[in-house]
Design a protein around this ligand. Structure first.
Ligand SMILES: [Zn+2]
Length: 517
């Protein structure tokens, strides 16, 4: 029996500017799913990439007065570097303008759709938003402005290749309604079904090469057109695996496992309607899940790459406050449904309250007490403690609760399950009062032996809880989890390492990681 295969993808962002905290959310969510899957023995591939072939990139490079190639490369590098800043376990990155796998893969995909009779040429007039790289119907534009960009779309008349989306409304709807293609949260599933039920119009899948400034992949057999950047970009999810028949493709796309796309709400239609239709047309399996996140605002304002990312640059935030603090805020504070507002103050407050005071203080206190009262030796028995039932329950249930929450794409609920261990452990410390037990033991009175046994048991139970925390935190805060695990592991002399802070407070004394590992 081979391990199940799980393929997890993030959307590939335009590289018209440096990354912002909103995209970091999607990367961190994907990383948690990837790490959790590997922990459970799944064979995971975490795929990321950059969408280089967008007209937006061309326009941004022109505005910056730089050659498109240099501009795109520099910004793409900043996205790739995020993997290290945020401790992401990305397995592979595909860059659509220069990866040798991509262009032949897109051409292959295009030809398969053409062979199925799903591509045709026609003259088209429409309202085009370059920000979205998308045509809009007048009814979709409140006040005549793009709902995403608040700009007035351009009236465009041109001859394009079209894809027969209308032909796939039934099969795509069926896949979603039966859950064969799962869309979470449910509200997003209903939204997609309603969109399909409203009728699907064929969509344009090419642009005149002249309007695209020569940037992009030419339509096979028609050099006057380049492939529409969305058609090109969506293909990355399979081109990164190599052609059908290749080992990676067979394992991660053609097999029995999970194929999960993480996407923002603004690109749901492309992933849940256009992409499945393209796959059906070209004779390929569908993804098994699409997990949709809402948007972040920063300081109450919509995050826009073009408006600059000052104060919300995820690499800068991770450098200043540590990857743990950034990850924790994204996972713990962003709701499954609804937008969330990011500020540095909130990040610091959350990290100090829960990581430094809650988790860090607990681990530090427990290790310090084992040193003070037991010379660093972990007591061998936990018998004689009648007060640890709630903590035991939190430890025992955390794994299953995390798995269930992640299965529903609910990171707040998942982190809450882990957090409850720290919460119960801190409560137990206050209830059992180990320092009072130590005093009674030292006092040598009639209850000295009982107090000593209770102290042993309490320290043992608390240390076990800290170890459980180290394990259960590992998908969420990999760096901190490693520090906690190291802090709870006896050395060759059988003693725990000296207590050292697992987290440092951020609000005072500047940011940064806790010292030492
Ligand atoms: Zn737009």
């Amino acid at each position: 029996m081979t391990a199940p295969h799980t393929y997890i993808t993030t959307t590939i962002p335009y590289v018209n500017a440096r990354p912002h905290i909103g995209f970091a959310l999607e990367l961190v969510q994907a990383d948690v799913l990837a790490r959790a899957g590997r922990r459970h023995g799944e064979n995971v591939r975490f795929q990321a990439g950059t969408d280089d072939n967008s007209l937006k990139n061309v326009l941004a490079a022109q505005a910056a007065g730089q050659p498109v190639r240099d501009f795109v490369d520099r910004n793409a590098d900043a996205f790739v570097a995020l993997a290290q800043s945020l401790s992401l376990t990305v397995d592979d990155v595909i860059r659509t303008s220069r990866d040798p796998r991509h262009r032949p893969g897109v051409e292959r995909f295009w030809r398969a759709c053409a062979q199925a009779g799903d591509l045709y040429r026609r003259r088209y007039e429409g309202l085009y938003c370059t920000g979205c790289e998308q045509f809009y119907q007048p009814a979709e534009l409140p006040g005549g402005r793009c709902p995403e960009h608040d700009t007035v779309p351009q009236a465009v008349t041109e001859e394009n290749w079209f894809f027969r989306l209308s032909r796939y409304a039934g099969p795509v709807r069926e896949a979603i309604a039966t859950g064969r293609l799962r869309i979470e949260p449910a509200g997003r599933r209903h939204e997609v079904l309603a969109f399909i039920d409203g009728g699907l119009a064929d969509f344009s899948v090419s642009r005149p090469a002249a309007r695209a400034g020569g940037w992009g992949i030419p339509v096979p057999g028609d050099d006057s057109q380049v492939i529409y950047v969305w058609f090109d970009a969506l293909c990355n999810y399979v081109t990164a695996l190599g052609p059908p028949g290749s080992a990676a493709y067979q394992r991660f796309w053609a097999g029995e496992g999970h194929r999960l796309h993480l996407v923002g709400k603004g690109v749901l239609r492309f992933h849940a309607v256009y992409w499945p239709a393209m796959l059906l047309s070209s004779g390929q399996p569908l993804p098994t899940g699409i997990f949709v996140h809402d948007y972040l605002t920063a300081g109450g304002r919509k995050i826009s790459k073009s408006a600059g990312s000052a104060g919300s640059d995820p690499a800068a935030l991770a450098a200043a406050y540590g990857a743990d603090a950034v990850r924790w805020w994204l996972l713990r504070e962003v709701p499954r449904v609804g937008d969330a507002d990011f500020t540095v103050e909130r990040l610091i407050a959350r990290a100090d309250d829960e990581l430094a005071n809650g988790l860090g203080n607990l681990v530090n206190r427990v290790v310090a007490m084992i040193h003070r009262y037991r010379d660093g030796l972990v007591p061998s028995t936990r018998a004689g403690l009648d007060a640890g039932a709630d903590l035991d329950a939190a430890c025992r249930q955390a794994g299953a609760q995390v798995a269930a929450a992640l299965g529903e794409f609910d990171f707040r609920r998942a982190t809450a399950a882990v957090w409850s261990i720290a919460d119960e452990a801190n409560r137990l410390v206050n209830r059992v009062r180990p320092w009072a037990l130590a005093q009674a033991e030292r006092g040598g009175g009639h209850d000295a032996a009982t107090s000593g046994a209770r102290l042993d048991a309490a320290l043992r139970v608390l240390l076990e809880a800290c170890r459980t925390l180290g394990r259960e935190l590992s998908p969420f805060l990999p760096d901190a989890a490693a520090r906690i695990t190291a802090q709870c592991a006896p050395g060759e002399d059988g003693r725990l390492p000296p207590a050292s802070p697992v987290f440092r407070r951020l609000a005072t004394g500047g940011g940064g990681h806790a010292p030492g590992r």
